[in-house]
Ligand binder design. Structure first.
Ligand code: ADP
Ligand code: MG
Length: 722
């Protein structure tokens, strides 16, 4: 990397034109054209087969394997008509990635001719091997088989790109011994467990007809776009997705002038391209806007059933990245690509509901008298309090550590925001009897031509990691590049656990002679007495909250190294076993995989800090220093003696930087650790601070060395040159 390349990058970016926008098509014409939808199945399958598939999808009925052959043939006909020669079982390993193995429809006949073929057996089950995915000890090599199995509840689709068309089938990924190797299996199990517990509760509350209860998810995705010319000139962005160096620009995001501003032309064309692909794949993109940081944007879909939403979220991340490439951008899903600038997260909106009772977290107008809502919401509060550290652990990654627990939103302390109205209702419950719900009334704007509108009964609190937002909870601490499955699994599991416990208690109260509503009141009161410490409506970023939270006994797990060991605790192991979501062995494997990923991420960054300092930053400083020293030496000759202090201070910064690089290099060679936990702490407490120190010197140098010697695209260029 040289300064010339940097200058070239700036001019190439300045010269960029948006790609021509596509001819707009009617949404109805685009919608789900690339998906093998229920209506396509209805048109192509015999009536009884269609009915059986539909029953499995819509009511979680048992899958009748004997229909697989017929479905596979129809699927193949549909996909090959769209140009597909290959199919892929798509699965979601524990790494947050999406994996796929492609196989041809080709079948060679005895006479040497070929036909296309797709049997029920291959639809239902695949064996991708995939033994190189980290599995946390679940697959020792002698029994290393891994299988994929068709998830009929998430629709098959064709992925049609400029490079070809492939039929994609969402699957679970399991080991030869039947253990879950992926993120989908536990999600399906957690949903089933939640359904069971919620159904029992609804029956107890007096409903005779209760349709299957499903969890829902709408994930708001924040991301950065950086021009590819810049990103490709920065080894750190290329390899780690974040800048390991870079001096903050004079102007950052202080003016908030990007937030909700007009979307830049190139970005708008990019977004429309993304949305068109999403619509074809049946993903309901709904909201787009600029985010707080310059170069940062957000995309939110309409919510869907959690399992489908999770698959769609994985697809969305893939689409964002591949479409960005087409438009000359790199899409960064890192939680903190630029130090000192807002980071990116994913807000996972989550609720539970069914066809007979609707959204079970909908408070209605008078929540105090809405027993069903109070029970379900109370169950969430109990779960978040009891298992707050679990919720922290499922969002713990090396990159998310730069948001959570750093001085940024949301904090690493898991609390629940309810809003004033609900907080009051639950207070009344604690005092005995809920009697009223504060009414928000209407908003008068004082201008006759403006509409009068009803005020929401609860405000928003953007500093809360887990906020009730009207008819759902919003888990805001999830990482930008993370799969939403882990958080959904945790939420479904704690809800299932709480509902089961509450149902037991309510039944016990009724056994003692209480009527239903008295029994519910007693149990809700107990829930609030024990768990209201987790409810917090104030500023989650403030120092006072950190103190108060400690007094309330809430955990503040600042780093992944602190948070991940929660997965090994007895109470979490017992929770997942009891609810039937993860066996102890499966849970342990998750700890192993996530810990390994954390350590690897930091070790890779540490190596890169060393090599970028030695080969890019130090040499640039040397060149400048030699020019500066020459000028100082020559200055005598022309009779104006230059002060050599500037050269000395640069030389000493360089020295300090290289000394720290040596320390980091030495520190990186340590490999004997008593435990994975120790290794994580070492990465967090020794490697990271040394990296930060090197960066501090390097960034100071960036402010001292002449700009025409600096080789790396600057923050100013990456964030503001468009
Ligand atoms: P905000 O940025 O104000 O939080 P958005 O409109 O950007 O709100 O996103 C809200 C998200 O919540 C959307 O994805 C929306 O579909 C989702 N959502 C709404 N209702 C539910 C629900 N019942 N279950 C899950 N998600 C929901
Ligand atoms: Mg939000």
């Amino acid at each position: 990397m040289t300064h010339e390349l940097r200058v070239q990058a700036v001019s190439q970016v300045t010269d960029r034109k948006p790609l021509p926008p596509k001819v707009p098509q009617r949404l109805e014409a685009l919608w789900a054209t690339d998906v093998f939808t229920l209506s396509k199945m209805q048109a192509s399958l015999p009536k009884d087969v269609y009915k059986s598939v539909k029953n499995t999808i819509q009511t979680s009925g048992k899958l009748d394997i004997s229909i697989a052959g017929t479905v596979a043939a129809a699927m193949k006909d549909w996909a090959t008509a769209k140009g597909a020669l290959y199919y892929a079982h798509v699965f979601y390993p524990m790494t947050n990635a999406t994996a796929e193995k492609h196989d041809g429809f080709i079948s060679v006949q005895s006479d040497g001719t070929v036909i296309t073929e797709f049997t029920g057996k291959v639809l239902v089950q695949g064996e991708p091997d995939g033994s190189s995915f980290p599995n946390g000890g679940l697959r020792s090599t002698f029994e290393a088989r891994g299988y994929t199995a068709w998830d009929v509840t998430s629709p098959a689709y064709v992925m049609a790109t400029d490079n070809g068309v492939t039929l994609c089938i969402p699957t679970v990924f399991i080991s030869w011994t039947g253990e879950a190797l992926d993120k989908k299996t536990p999600l399906l199990r957690s949903n089933a467990a939640m359904n069971k517990a919620a159904t029992r509760m609804l029956k107890l509350l007096g409903y005779s007809e209760v349709a299957p209860v499903n969890s829902s998810c709408g994930a708001e995705q924040e991301y950065f776009l950086v021009d590819a010319h810049f990103a490709h000139s920065r080894p750190d962005l290329l390899l780690t997705g974040r800048t390991l160096f870079g001096k903050p620009p004079a102007k950052g995001q202080q003016f908030d002038d990007h937030y909700f501003g007009a979307i830049p032309d190139r970005v708008q064309v990019f977004m429309q391209d993304v949305e068109e692909t999403m619509y074809r794949l049946g993903i309901p993109a709904k909201t787009r806007h600029n985010e707080v940081a310059p170069g940062q944007f957000e995309l939110a879909p309409f919510f869907e059933a959690a399992n489908v939403a999770s698959d769609h979220q994985q697809l969305t991340m893939t689409i964002l990245k591949s479409t960005a490439k087409k438009h000359g951008f790199v899409c960064l899903l890192h939680e903190k690509p630029f130090a000192g600038v807002n980071g990116s997260g994913k807000h996972v909106n989550w609720s539970v509901g069914n066809a007979t009772q609707g959204n079970l977290l909908d408070p209605g107008d008078t929540p105090h008298s809405n027993m069903q809502f109070l029970v379900f919401c109370g169950a969430v509060i109990r779960g978040v309090h009891k298992y707050g550290p679990l919720l922290r652990a499922v969002v713990a990654t090396a990159s998310n550590d730069h948001r959570l627990g750093a001085n940024e939103a949301p904090p690493a302390i898991i609390s629940v925001y309810l809003g004033t109205q609900l907080e009051q209702v639950y207070q009344q419950i604690s005092q005995g009897q809920p009697t009223s719900s504060a009414h928000a009334g209407v908003m008068e704007l004082g201008v006759d031509t403006l509409p009068v509108f009803p005020k929401d009964p609860g405000d928003r609190n953007r500093t809360s990691p887990f906020a009730f937002t009207g008819n759902r909870f919003e888990f805001r601490a999830v990482g930008s590049g993370q799969s939403v499955s882990g958080p959904l699994v945790a939420m479904n599991t704690i809800l299932a656990d709480s509902l089961t416990w509450m149902a037991d208690q309510i039944e016990a109260e009724m056994g003692k002679g209480a009527d239903l509503s008295a029994a519910v009141r007693t149990v809700l009161k107990e829930v609030m007495d024990k768990h209201s410490a987790v409810v917090f409506g104030g500023n989650g970023y403030s120092e006072e909250w950190h103190k108060l939270a400690e007094e309330r006994g809430l955990a503040n797990l600042r780093t992944t190294a602190d948070a991940l060991p929660v997965l090994k605790s007895d109470s979490i192991e017992e929770l997942f076993s009891r609810v039937g979501v993860l066996t102890p062995v499966e849970l342990e494997s998750r700890f192993e995989v996530y810990a390994e990923q954390y350590i690897l991420a930091i070790e890779v960054e540490a190596k890169l800090v060393v090599s970028m300092t030695k080969t890019i930053i130090y040499p640039a400083a040397v060149r400048y220093l030699s020019e500066l020293s020459a000028a100082i030496a020559n200055s005598k000759a022309i009779g104006i003696e230059m002060d050599k202090a500037s050269a000395e201070s640069i030389a000493s910064l360089m020295q300090l930087m290289m000394d720290t690089v040596s320390k980091l290099t030495d520190a990186s060679t340590k490999h004997d650790f008593a435990s994975v936990e120790d290794h994580m702490q070492y990465a967090s407490q020794t490697l990271r601070p040394l990296m930060d120190k090197v960066r501090e010197y390097a960034d100071t140098l960036e402010g001292e060395v002449a700009d025409d010697f600096w080789p790396l695209p600057t923050y100013q260029e990456m964030l503001f040159v468009k």
